[in-house]
Design a binder for this molecule. Structure first.
Ligand SMILES: [Zn+2]
Length: 74
């Protein structure tokens, strides 16, 4: 009975260490949302991530439609 109680205490400590450790290391290792470069649509002024922008000439657009509309108006 004495050893069973000791085993329970040891298992409890191992479980507690496992629970408290990964939370602190994971946060610093992998940031959930890395900062993204934002660009502005030259037609409507909408801000969107750099990798989602439609690039036409030296201007960025939110969609292919706005890229075409801007081309027509100039
Ligand atoms: Zn737009």
């Amino acid at each position: 009975m004495k050893y069973l109680l000791l085993l329970a205490v040891v298992l409890g400590m191992v479980w507690w260490i496992k629970l408290s450790r990964p939370a602190s290391t994971d946060k610093s290792a992998t940031p959930a949302n890395p900062p993204q470069n934002m660009v502005r649509c030259a037609y409507c002024g909408l801000h969107l991530p750099d990798n989602e922008a439609v690039v036409s000439g030296n201007a960025n657009y939110c969609s292919q439609a706005h890229s075409a509309l801007a081309d027509k108006s100039t």
